[in-house]
Write a protein of this length. Structure first.
Length: 466
């Protein structure tokens, strides 16, 4: 392995790039490498030469020069003249083996593969460290938005407390359409599919798995802790109804699918398990979760519409920062890929190295049941004296404080009424147990809707709660 500081590309030689995958993003990478070749060479200090593109079916890529196409991805990665491997295949395998081969051989790697990074990013990072190779992955979260590099580099001297945002454009388009047009989930999903925002099989998006992987990457970078997708609690949006959207509007909120990553500090006596040492005997945890939630209209994330992404970062010294832009699509994602490629190529030309994995904090991940949150609960009850007292008593027994209660139009004038309850913050397990117990009361005809409420650093009064 060449020593740090020693150029890995001979003076005057091009930086040779292998591209794995040539779908929506890959085609844009090929186009931009060709159209911006002179500009890229000026930025890097050497020209960039695309030496091969690995695809599954050569005949489907007539727009790519035939001499570049190959179905032998392993052969391409292991070519001795390749300096950088760019991977936009997606999925776990064969991408994992291909990238490990590249890193072990000391080749720089640029990847947009959120699923692989969230499942096995630690293995890739260890391989990069062992060989001194660069591993860059800006395009894996939020498309064109410069987000990971600020977390990994610009804010490296600060203490990040929360990273929360909208990181899936498909679900944001669906929820925005439901809010603006009053349509149901199915109609909004059909519109998203027709416009190309949703895949034929939208499950990775609407069930939250795409955002779950991105949350794992964000939490790992923000809190210097290895967090995998399996550590991130996940709920999708398929159960969100037009009535949920209307209920949110009635308390000055909108519904968004949020990825929330927080540094949580609790007294040691309340932690239930050993965490990292915090101030005055407290322990620190990482909380990482994805779910639809009500947020107040006054929060910057509430105004993010259509298929856009936005991430809100709160740091101890820097304060509140927001990153906004196109979170998906061929050209926006290719922009992030090329930004990483320029960084890796510069390092090889000048002899530098990119930032290494930072996992020194090793904070434990807080179980969802211990995570503090708030609920908005709509339930149908018998319309008679004493019912509200019974319900309030049940909440008290579960140590859940009620913030507001209001009665809506009766189901029928003779028997039923509808109550809408917003809680104060409580552990999620206590809130879930309360909802389960409500369903067993004779006085409760049915628990109609439950959604979490997040103020994300805004005062409680922003939710209409005094």
């Amino acid at each position: 392995m060449s020593g740090v500081g020693e150029p890995l590309v001979a003076s005057g030689a091009p930086v040779r790039v292998a591209l794995l995958g040539c779908g929506t993003v890959g085609r844009e990478v090929v186009r931009l490498l060709s159209e911006q070749s002179a500009e890229l060479a000026a930025r890097i200090g050497a020209s960039v030469e695309l030496v091969g593109v690995a695809v599954r079916r050569v005949h489907k890529h007539a727009d790519v020069p035939a001499h570049l196409l190959t179905t032998d991805a392993h052969g391409l990665v292991n070519r001795p003249d390749v300096d950088v491997v760019v991977e936009v295949i997606g999925g776990i395998d064969p991408a994992r083996g291909l990238l490990l081969d590249a890193l072990k051989a000391g080749k720089g790697v640029v990847t947009a593969n959120k699923a692989l990074l969230a499942e096995d990013g630690a293995t890739l990072a260890e391989a990069a460290d062992a060989s001194g190779a660069d591993l860059y992955y800006e395009a894996s979260v939020a498309g064109a938005i410069p987000l990971l590099r600020p977390l990994r580099e610009s804010l490296a001297g600060d203490k990040i407390m929360r990273v929360a945002g909208i990181v899936n454009g498909t679900t944001n388009f669906i929820l925005s359409a439901m809010a603006s047009a009053g349509t149901g989930y199915r109609e909004a999903l059909d519109e998203a599919t027709e416009l190309g925002y949703a895949e034929a099989d939208p499950s990775a998006d609407v069930d939250g798995y795409d955002a779950q992987a991105k949350a794992a990457i964000l939490a790992s970078l923000a809190f210097h802790t290895r967090v995998s997708a399996s550590d991130v609690y996940c709920e999708g949006i398929s159960s969100v109804t037009a009535a949920d959207i209307a209920a949110a509007e009635s308390i000055g909120c909108t519904v968004k699918l949020l990825a929330i990553c927080e540094r949580v500090t609790v007294p040691a006596v309340e932690s239930g398990a050993a965490g990292a040492d915090g101030p005055e005997g407290a322990v620190e945890w990482v909380s990482a979760r994805v779910y639809p939630a009500m947020i107040p209209h006054g929060h910057p994330l509430a105004s993010v519409g259509e298929a856009y992404n936005a991430v809100f970062v709160e740091a101890e010294a820097a304060g509140q920062l927001m990153f906004y832009g196109q979170g998906a699509g061929g050209a926006p994602t290719a922009s992030a890929v090329l930004g990483d490629l320029v960084a890796v190529a510069r390092n090889r030309v000048a002899g530098g190295r990119g930032p290494r994995e930072s996992a020194h904090a090793s904070l434990p991940v807080q179980p969802m049941g211990r995570t503090p949150t708030r609920y908005h609960i709509s339930l149908d009850v018998q319309d008679r004296a004493g019912v509200l007292a019974t319900i309030a008593g049940l909440f008290a027994r579960h140590e859940v404080s009620i913030a507001t209660v209001r009665q809506e139009t009766a189901l029928d004038a003779e028997h039923g009424a509808r109550l809408v309850i917003v809680t104060h913050t409580a552990p999620d397990a206590a809130l879930a147990a309360t909802v389960a117990a409500l369903g067993e009361l004779d006085e409760v005809l049915g628990v109609d809707r439950v959604l979490r409420v997040e103020n994300l650093g805004r005062p409680v009064s922003a939710l209409g709660v005094s």
